[in-house]
Design a protein around this ligand. Structure first.
Ligand code: HEC
Ligand code: HEC
Ligand code: HEC
Ligand code: HEC
Ligand code: HEC
Length: 384
């Protein structure tokens, strides 16, 4: 009796897992000798990428098609229904953590999958793995197998995130640069209003669910709550935007885990320029692309909270600007931007302002966007 107990206590977790694997392999192949193979630590050593992945110590059947359909961690790797997926990504050459993250060198499940202290890349949850495709694929948003990024990108454009955020140094600086978010350490985020393991992925997801709950500010110290809109996103949309945000950081070069040039898959041809039926239609596309929607809402209908402005508590809608402004005046406002005046002079500055678009729009785009604003006024159709 005590002998059995002792055996369990001294047998490392990975060895037990591998012994179970060996027994299954013997059953599947009918080769009984396999059942008695001595367990050993197996690894994929990738000095160029500065990674050593020992995942296959437990996930021992990952390359063995005969192990398809076995329970985890014994099963062969899914092919995602993409012909050639497994051939194009030889695990012996690229390992596991480049796509899954996790602590490659660990041989205990808890440490390997994470989260653990001082390891900033815990195993990506199932819906988030698509983010890692962007590590090598420069056009991951159009990639078979990464359709989640495509859906998420559509949402990103629809909400006009880029009107407030920089992405790879393009966009606006009202909110943080989004390509840096997932490279930050968990210590750089405040988890006070979040329950669960303190990972950056969790913080990002919780923040999407309710930005004001996660970043309520310190009103007593004069720090307002975040002006990032609460979009009332579904769980699925939260997961999509979290994957997309993670992918932005992974698109950047990573010195800690470099990717050799031969694994970079360049972006394909740029998308053809769409043809527009009218200036106003082109302007609608610009309005969306550069993120005016982020502050002025879809079709410029407003609804985005901005506290303590003298003109109200919401960024103004733009549906009636043609009543008050000539086209030239509108161009000037858009080119130069504006800081809203405070309603209460001793109150907090409104967190959102009208940025200057001088360097961000071509003259043609500026013209088009103004035509679009004029077209929004239902009572006042086309006029000069
Ligand atoms: C000590 C053994 C062990 C090691 C080492 C290990 N795993 Fe696992 N892994 C498991 C087990 C057991 C499961 C089955 C599901 C569970 O218990 O969480 C699993 C499940 C998984 C899953 C599926 C998760 C899910 O939600 O179904 C993935 C993906 C995975 N492992 C990836 C990795 C990667 C990548 C590494 C290396 C960084 C790794 N594992 C290292 C034991 C291990
Ligand atoms: C090229 C990227 C890539 C590499 C490299 C990769 N995987 Fe995966 N893996 C995926 C994707 C994508 C899935 C599908 C599930 C998901 O989206 O998370 C998956 C699924 C899995 C699953 C099954 C999860 C489930 O619930 O069915 C396991 C286990 C797993 N991988 C382990 C590994 C191990 C171990 C390695 C290294 C030997 C590895 N993977 C290498 C991309 C990769
Ligand atoms: C370590 C780098 C790396 C990662 C990470 C990676 N890939 Fe790839 N992938 C490649 C390379 C290299 C090729 C081969 C390109 C070629 O044949 O020219 C490739 C080819 C492909 C192909 C074949 C079609 C094509 O566009 O060339 C698909 C589909 C694909 N990858 C999907 C994925 C998906 C989905 C993920 C994320 C789960 C992913 N890849 C992650 C490097 C990577
Ligand atoms: C009206 C301006 C505005 C819009 C629109 C907006 N955000 Fe934000 N966002 C902010 C501000 C300001 C912060 C910083 C305060 C905070 O953490 O909430 C922020 C924070 C974030 C963070 C945390 C970044 C970090 O590194 O700390 C992420 C991720 C994020 N936003 C993503 C998005 C996405 C994706 C969208 C579109 C769906 C979006 N935001 C739309 C203003 C905005
Ligand atoms: C980061 C938030 C933000 C973004 C993005 C933004 N605006 Fe504004 N905009 C504002 C604020 C705040 C005001 C109100 C300024 C004030 O108090 O005068 C404003 C005012 C305006 C006005 C004047 C409205 C009036 O009734 O006086 C126009 C026109 C306008 N914006 C057009 C645009 C266009 C076009 C875009 C995209 C190219 C855009 N804005 C993007 C925040 C934004």
């Amino acid at each position: 009796m005590s002998g059995v107990l002792l055996w369990r206590e001294i047998l490392p977790e990975w060895a037990g897992v591998q012994m179970q694997y060996n027994r299954r392999l013997a059953e599947v192949t009918g080769d009984r000798s396999k059942a008695w193979a001595l367990p050993k630590i197996n690894q994929i050593h990738l000095p160029e990428m500065k990674r050593t992945d020992r995942c296959i110590t437990c996930h021992a059947g990952i390359n063995n098609p005969k192990m398809a359909g076995q329970p985890q961690p014994f099963a062969s790797h899914p092919d995602l229904g993409i012909p050639g997926f497994l051939q194009k990504h030889s695990f012996n050459e690229i390992g596991c953590t480049v796509c899954h993250h996790g602590q490659g060198s660990a041989v205990e499940k808890k440490a390997a999958h994470g989260p653990v202290k001082h390891w900033h890349e815990p195993l990506l949850e199932k819906g988030l793995t698509a983010a890692a495709c962007a590590t090598c694929h420069k056009n991951a948003r159009n990639l078979a197998g990464a359709e989640r990024l495509q859906k998420a990108w559509a949402l990103f454009e629809e909400k006009g995130c880029i009107g407030c955020h920089n992405l790879h140094s393009k966009g606006m600086l009202i909110g943080p640069e989004l390509a840096e978010t997932y490279s930050k350490s968990p210590d750089q985020f405040d988890f006070k209003y979040i329950q669960g393991e303190e990972t950056v992925a969790l913080w990002i997801a919780e923040h999407f669910k309710d930005p004001q709950r996660v970043v309520p500010g310190y009103p007593k110290l004069g720090v307002p709550e975040t002006p990032m809109p609460n979009y009332g996103l579904t769980e699925e949309e939260v997961s999509l935007l979290t994957a997309l945000t993670i992918s932005f950081s992974l698109e950047e070069e990573n010195e800690e885990h470099p990717i050799p040039a031969r694994f970079h898959v360049p972006a394909g041809l740029p998308e053809p320029q769409p043809v527009y039926a009218s200036k106003a239609e082109q302007g609608a596309a610009v309005f969306q692309k550069v993120g005016c929607i982020g502050c002025h809402g879809p079709q410029g209908r407003g609804g985005i909270v901005n506290r303590n402005m003298d003109i109200g508590e919401e960024v103004p809608p733009l549906t009636h600007v043609s009543d008050g402004y000539s086209k030239e005046e509108l161009k000037e406002i858009i080119r130069d931007g504006r800081y809203p005046a405070r309603a209460q002079k001793d109150g907090l500055a409104p967190p959102l302002w009208m940025p200057s678009w001088k360097d961000k729009l071509t003259l043609e785009e500026l013209d088009a966007v103004v035509e679009y604003l004029y077209s929004l006024n239902p009572e006042k159709p086309e006029q000069a």
